[in-house]
Design a binder for this molecule. Sequence first.
Ligand SMILES: Cc1cc2nc3c(=O)[nH]c(=O)nc-3n(C[C@H](O)[C@H](O)[C@H](O)COP(=O)(O)O)c2cc1C
Length: 257
Amino acid sequence: MSITNPVLEQIHQHRSIRQYKPDPVSREMVETIVVAGQRAATSSNLQAYACVAVTDAAKRAELARLCGNQDHINQAPIFLAWCADLSKLDYACALRGHPHVGNYVENFIIATVDVALVMQNAALAAESLGLGICYIGGLRDRTREVIQLLGLPHYMFPISGMTVGVPNDNPIIRPRLPLPAVLHWESYSNEGLDQALQEYDVAMVNTGIYNNRQVAVPGNPGVMEDYGWTEHSARRVSRPARTDLREVLHEQGFELK
Ligand SMILES: Cc1cc2nc3c(=O)[nH]c(=O)nc-3n(C[C@H](O)[C@H](O)[C@H](O)COP(=O)(O)O)c2cc1C
């Protein structure tokens, strides 16, 4: 890509950081990051999100345990728990004498999209300040316990955590899928998908992050090939995960009607 500017350069520098220095991150910095997050567009200006910032080491240790023993949650001085939040809208309805019908799929989509946008703006803001971040989907591993630990009321739901701190690692920038697998002009076409996936498998194997593993070629027993992104991703989505979420959503008021 030849077009560039400081914002694009910053965007292209992103990589998840999983090792942090103990250096503190000031409250002012956290507030700056969250305020920048809030500048993201939000459905009907509803701002259906909230963020619980956790600094307390004992609480972070508990979160590390609940999020699949991810040690970088202990290391990073700040853990941001980003939540879908319809509770403020529930309150606004009570205040203004309107019924709140927040229990439809649509309301949950509004809230989760809003959370994704505020999170990514915040991530970029943190990175622009020289900090590192890593999203923590593990926040949904043991959701009931997380809800209790963070004191989330009805109509709030934890979507993703985020570690924030001074990087103590310099990981590679992971290549992304070739554009033909993502960008389609005028209408969708899967023409070129095979080639794009083959190229991407090679690119990801070359990063070394899959530890030069080998895997059997499907339908060709005994023949081995490099373990790449297609194998990694197919394995990832071939196992059910976090299967209690519908139930927990329901308990929190997100009935998904
Ligand atoms: C919603 C979400 C949840 C994630 N959860 C975790 C997590 O629990 N632990 C972790 O180490 N990385 C997590 N990641 C980071 C991804 O693994 C990472 O973004 C991806 O491998 C691409 O690498 P990069 O961010 O370095 O480009 C998560 C990312 C997203 C967007």
